[in-house]
Design a protein around this ligand. Structure first.
Ligand code: NI
Length: 148
């Protein structure tokens, strides 16, 4: 495993669309392992492959309840709303208030290509939304609301 460089604000790759993963192979496993190590080293709760410069639909999340790997994730339902501070490893030291759904259901594949469904509430729902947005070139800074 290796820690990879995290792409920072201003790099145009962050605005690009990531492509579907079609091959569940050694190369994907290495990417996932490196992403996990990179996220943990940076003390983040989520990381999308585009943030290490790889335009594939791959996400890792760890909000302190264990590692979640999402390949080709799609939000299939959402409910309620929550507003809280949000940050991103590509915008170090910055944060802003963002409203997200409070509960989301995600369909994805695991590293071997097996489909599964996972639900998240609160911070986990926020992490799902934030990371899946990255796969479509969307950034939390687009959603920041002014302080009231
Ligand atoms: Ni981010």
């Amino acid at each position: 495993m290796a820690v990879r460089n995290i792409v920072k604000d201003g790099d145009p790759v962050l605005r690009k669309q990531s492509r579907l993963v079609e091959q569940f192979d050694e190369r994907l496993f290495t990417l996932l392992d490196d992403m996990r190590e990179t996220m943990h080293q940076a003390e983040g709760v989520g990381l999308a492959a585009v943030q290490v410069g790889v335009l594939r639909r791959v996400v890792v999340i760890d909000i302190g309840e264990g590692l979640i790997e999402l390949i080709n994730p799609v939000i299939t339902s959402q409910k309620g709303s929550q507003t809280d501070n949000e940050g991103c490893l590509s915008f170090p030291g910055e944060y802003g208030r963002v409203t997200r759904p409070n509960k989301v259901t995600v369909s994805a594949q695991d590293r071997h290509g097996n489909p599964f469904t996972i639900k998240g509430e609160g911070l986990l729902a926020r992490a799902f939304c934030h990371e899946i947005d990255h796969l479509d070139g969307k950034l939390y800074v687009d959603l920041v609301e002014p302080e009231r």
